[in-house]
Design a protein around this ligand. Structure first.
Ligand SMILES: Cc1cc2nc3c(=O)[nH]c(=O)nc-3n(C[C@H](O)[C@H](O)[C@H](O)COP(=O)(O)O)c2cc1C
Ligand SMILES: C=C(O[C@@H]1CC(C(=O)O)=C[C@@H](OP(=O)(O)O)[C@H]1O)C(=O)O
Length: 391
């Protein structure tokens, strides 16, 4: 079984990512992992922290001479900012003189709920782990999952379709989205220059007013054969697993498969993707679809079309002009705490969501095709593709 977990706090020494369950023989490129991490750091609207960090995953185990060896992969990502916080986050418990308290909880962040839950006098140690700094470790793990998927011809990419009120307003092709991932500059990771300029204007507006903005990213899985995931049990459905994976990202508040949201206000005949045979674009079987409103999943099973997952991000909760809150110490009304912060993270969240989607799909691919070596898995994968082609 493919599993992954992360450890680490935002201003601690480093983050850790663990991935286990991959077959032996998967090519692991350091450059690819680091580029994915670079992509997550980019995007217009990020705060000062991204000028301090230069994320890179140091592989400790599970890879030899550029290939997986079947044992768990452990990776460490240094926090460059750690050196600025060794005094502020005291090793000695209770050293209140150096402790940088988050004295009034920020509405929308984990501050209040976490402080109550863990019985902390202020929110410092809550935000240290609640922080989306953790998503850097997910991206390192996701990069490894992507390299496994690549070995069976499956690719994962993302783009931004909304920032605040500015939206892309049209469907993007896989080729357009894939081309975005190769760009050496990331503004808002949008396939359309005009829409991207409107998105940038949304970020500029909130930068001026001390506010923040959210938006929507779309992750696309290309090249996945029909039959991954199952209707047989609720917790094995591909749609359910993807929703949990993407929803678990910091600030994601809704997840949509295909046209899920607008389908609810439409009629069946306008939503469902009519089935043809021997059409033009059949990658895996002779069955074809002219559209993909289902987002590549029917009955919790991939149907051979691109899998399309959207994540809806709330606006960032740390505000330069803060909302009302209460002092942890005096219980008097005060403004919520303000710390250096991002104002827009939609492109970065999209990259983190790619990682979550890749890890989810890779887990199901490992489950379905099995194999202790990549060669064994590829043989099973190709055999299955042959079987459904001949169906
Ligand atoms: C890439 C990324 C960067 C983020 N940066 C910030 C930030 O700088 N300031 C902030 O208040 N929240 C930021 N967030 C969101 C918070 O981490 C998140 O709102 C918080 O952990 C509470 O969790 P919830 O929004 O899922 O309820 C970021 C989220 C992502 C995905
Ligand atoms: C460090 C990252 O994002 C951080 C996520 C985050 C939060 O509250 O989620 C708050 C900010 O932390 P800091 O106060 O150190 O600037 C962001 O910079 C990252 O994405 O790598």
């Amino acid at each position: 079984m493919l599993r992954f977990s992360t450890a680490g706090e935002s201003h601690g020494e480093s983050l850790v990512a663990m991935v286990s369950g991959l077959p032996a023989g998967v090519v692991v490129e350091q450059e690819f992992i680091d580029r994915e991490m670079w992509r997550r750091q980019k995007g217009y609207g990020r705060g000062g922290r991204m000028r301090i960090e230069r994320d890179s995953a140091h592989i400790l185990s599970g890879v030899r001479h550029g290939k997986t060896i079947g044992s768990p992969i452990a990776m460490v990502i240094a926090n460059n900012d750690w050196k600025n916080w060794t005094e502020i986050l005291p090793v000695e418990a209770g050293d209140a003189t150096k402790h940088k308290a988050v004295a009034s909880p920020r509405p929308g962040h984990a501050d209040l709920a976490g402080s109550l839950k863990y019985d902390f006098p202020d929110a410092r140690y809550v935000l240290e782990r609640a922080s989306a700094r953790e998503s850097a470790a997910r991206v390192a793990a996701g990069a490894v999952a992507k390299m496994l998927l690549r070995a069976v011809g499956v690719e994962v990419a993302s783009h931004v379709i909304r920032v605040g009120k500015a939206e892309l307003g049209r469907a993007a092709t896989w080729e357009e989205i894939a081309a975005l991932q190769l760009k050496d500059e990331v503004l808002l990771n949008c396939v359309d220059a005009e829409a991207e300029a409107a998105m940038k204007a949304e970020v500029d507006a909130v930068l001026r007013t001390g506010d923040t903005v959210g938006g929507v990213f779309e992750v696309v899985v290309h090249g996945l054969p029909p039959g991954v995931g199952t209707h047989a049990n609720w917790d094995e459905r591909l749609d359910g697993l993807l929703a949990q994976a993407v929803m678990s990202l910091q600030a994601v508040k809704a997840v949509e498969l295909g046209r899920g949201v607008t389908a609810a206000e439409s009629v069946g005949s306008a939503v469902h993707d009519a089935i043809g045979y021997e059409g033009a674009d059949q990658a895996f079987t002779k069955f074809s679809r002219e559209q993909n409103n289902a987002g590549g999943v029917e009955g919790g099973i991939s149907n051979g079309e691109d899998v399309v997952v959207r994540g809806y991000l709330k606006p960032i909760s740390t505000l330069r002009r803060p909302l009302g809150s209460v002092s942890f110490e005096t219980r008097e009304p005060v403004k919520a705490a303000y710390e250096r912060s991002d104002v827009c993270v939609v492109p970065a969240a999209g990259v983190a969501a790619e990682a979550m989607v890749a890890l989810t799909v890779a887990r199901l691919v490992v489950e379905k095709f099995g194999g202790d070596s990549l060669r064994e898995m590829q043989r099973n994968f190709n055999g299955y593709c042959e079987q459904i082609r001949a169906y």
